[in-house]
Ligand binder design. Structure first.
Ligand code: ADP
Length: 160
């Protein structure tokens, strides 16, 4: 059984993330999408619990998926849940350097793990959670950027 983990901040989950989730779920038996609890990042828009709820909502039709969160080293968590594969999405070349470095570091820490890069779909090439937040902050239209189910909850954060 191939179990994979797709880690990220998902603050908020975007259509770019969802595209990677859908494609990855077809390649493996079990996909664990896991929210990184980053103690150094104080300025998150959504709490970890809210991000988990949002992920559950937008992936409710995918059968072989599980949503979780983790703190500490990704490879430790991967080992703990018996995941053999790390899924990462690649956008423009700018992602490559840091993602490549991360993959090699993870491999040196835990040689049994493989990182699988999935290239973004062209329509999501320039889409990131930070872009969504910037547009939402100024009341712009985020349709097509985040799944419809969570659009209101993103906009609500900036109305407060
Ligand atoms: P962001 O970079 O948007 O803050 P995360 O830290 O949550 O997102 O990223 C988790 C993973 O999802 C990373 O591998 C990242 O490269 C990937 N990813 C983010 N946005 C996209 C996108 N639009 N298309 C493909 N992959 C993406």
């Amino acid at each position: 059984m191939i179990k994979a983990i797709y880690p990220g901040s998902f603050d908020p989950v975007t259509n770019g993330h969802l595209d990677i989730i859908k494609r990855a779920s077809k390649l493996v038996d079990k996909l664990v999408v896991s929210v990184l609890e980053n103690p150094h990042k104080k300025s998150s828009l959504f709490t970890v619990e809210e991000r988990i709820e949002n992920l559950k909502l937008v992936t409710k039709d995918i059968k072989n998926i599980e949503i979780s969160s983790f703190r500490g080293l990704l490879v430790d968590y991967a080992q703990q849940i018996d995941a053999q594969v790390i899924i990462r999405g690649l956008r423009a070349v700018t992602d490559f350097e840091s993602e490549f470095q991360m993959a090699l570091t993870n491999k040196s820490l835990f040689p049994n793990i493989e990182t699988l890069f999935i290239p973004t779909s062209i329509e999501y090439l320039y889409l990131s959670s930070s872009t969504v937040k910037e547009i939402a902050m100024f009341g712009g239209n985020i349709c097509g950027m985040v799944p419809c189910e969570i659009k209101e909850s993103v906009l609500k954060k900036f109305r407060k």
